[in-house]
Ligand binder design. Structure first.
Ligand code: XMP
Length: 173
């Protein structure tokens, strides 16, 4: 079973990112948005390291089924008018094709008027895409990962670390 990142590695990197966010958004009104369910654990650990007076909301969006992107982003339509006039930071677990974050940013900015929109991810897959996350904890190869909130068909979210999911053998290695 190959562990890609331990709990300790994740935790120390999250502290670094939060430190940067604390500097970047000093004296600014910041709202964080957690993209469920994958970023739930990352989000809560990050949130605890942010020392600014922030507020947050959770929304559901995904383009994935199993190990493949379906190419369609499903949103839970949610009232987000409280982000108007504030700085918005969207927190997701992973950026793969970029479809999810791209659609979210476009969708939110077409309906609401935040002062700025930035994105933060735990993982960025090393693939060619137009959109990049503004904050990222780790770059990873184009492999399917599970644990620490990330799932394969709803399993493995409770692993405290990140493992590579081996599709062929249906096990983590
Ligand atoms: P896109 O392609 O829209 O994908 O950038 C982002 C969303 O797809 C899911 N995703 C994964 N989930 N392990 C997972 O558990 C992975 O390796 C993986 N790659 C993409 C995830 O929901 C993310 O928000």
């Amino acid at each position: 079973m190959k562990t890609l990142f331990t709990e300790k590695q994740i935790s120390s990197r999250i502290k670094q990112i939060a430190k940067q966010i604390n500097v970047d958004y000093k004296n600014k009104e910041l709202v964080l948005v957690c993209i469920l369910k994958g970023s739930l654990i990352f989000f809560s650990d990050l949130l605890k390291q942010i020392t600014l007076p922030v507020s947050f909301e959770c929304i559901k969006a995904s383009s994935y089924k199993g190990c493949k992107s379906e190419g369609v982003v499903i949103f839970c339509n949610q009232e987000l008018s409280f982000i108007n006039g504030k700085h918005l930071l969207i927190v997701d677990d992973i950026i793969d094709t970029g479809l999810t974050l791209d659609s979210l940013v476009k969708n939110i900015s077409s309906v609401y008027s935040p002062l700025s929109i930035k994105t933060c991810v735990l993982f960025s897959k090393k693939i060619k895409r137009d959109i990049q996350a503004d904050y990222k904890a780790f770059d990873i190869e184009n492999e399917f990962v599970v644990g620490y909130g990330l799932d394969y068909n709803e399993r493995y979210r409770n692993l405290p670390c990140i493992k590579i999911y081996n599709q062929e053998h249906n096990v983590t290695r």
